[in-house]
Design a protein around this ligand. Structure first.
Ligand SMILES: [Fe+2]
Length: 245
């Protein structure tokens, strides 16, 4: 019998070209290291990274991440955000996995990036991949990860950068019973809502935070953090956010 799967969600590191580079006065490397050190105290089955690893897509940033994760013994699942460069990312981490079985769950990782854009868009190939993958594994519960939010979060400036073709995304999700959770990065804040049978989640960045429900870009003074997810065998999900500092 399978046991629940415990994942830790870390996202939006925004590592600069050099160690010590700052974003909104936060040293992104130092802040990420603090978060990684905090989550090392937790037992888990894997880490999930939902993009914006490197602020400028530099290969040097991915190499630094690789070294920061070097003593993490569980698998790290990752996808790219709008700030990432897929070629640089792959040169360090190889081809990124897009579909995994985790006990009674399947994890689907989607690329929601539209070239040179801050907003998201799932290509026809990605939508087709989502549909085919859900179709072929209906006995498992599904956790679907992407970088861009597929719903309004109540911040006008950020909602302008959400997933543009979210309706096409949910049209597929709604055709299946297996999707239980959708999780994303990009918004640098905690988010937890329910849409029909699907729980919608996002998490703090490991660097600077955006103030929820602000019409324009505004920083939040909350500390960096990560999210834990307990994927239960009955398809339910327990989850919470841990702030560091
Ligand atoms: Fe982003």
């Amino acid at each position: 019998m399978n046991h629940p799967q415990r994942l830790l969600h870390i996202t939006d590191f925004h590592l600069g070209n050099n160690q010590g580079d700052c974003l909104a006065s936060v040293d992104c490397d130092a802040s990420l290291i603090r978060v990684i050190n905090a989550l090392k105290n937790e037992c888990c089955d894997g880490l999930l990274v939902t993009g914006d690893i490197a602020h400028y897509g530099a290969e040097s940033a991915y190499r630094r991440l690789q070294s920061y994760l070097s003593d993490i013994s569980v698998p790290v699942y990752m996808l790219a955000g709008n700030h990432d460069d897929m070629a640089s990312m792959q040169s360090v981490f190889g081809d990124l996995e897009k579909e995994l079985v985790l006990g009674d769950w399947q994890l689907i990782l989607l690329d929601s990036n539209e070239s040179q854009c801050d907003y998201g868009q799932l290509s026809a190939d990605e939508l087709s991949f989502l549909e085919t993958t859900l179709q072929s594994n209906q006995a498992r519960h599904s956790l679907i990860a992407l970088h861009h939010p597929p719903v309004d979060i109540g911040s006008a400036w950020m909602d302008a950068m959400q997933l543009k073709n979210k309706q096409a995304f949910f049209d597929i999700i709604d055709r299946f019973d297996s999707p239980r959770t959708v999780i994303w990065g990009h918004i640098h804040q905690e988010f937890d809502q329910q849409r029909k049978a699907v729980r919608l989640l996002s998490s703090p960045s490991t660097c600077s935070q955006f103030l929820p429900r602000s019409a324009q870009h505004q920083l939040d003074r909350k500390g960096p953090g990560y999210r834990w997810l307990e994927l239960n065998t009955d398809g339910s999900v327990d989850s919470g956010v841990i702030r560091v500092d």
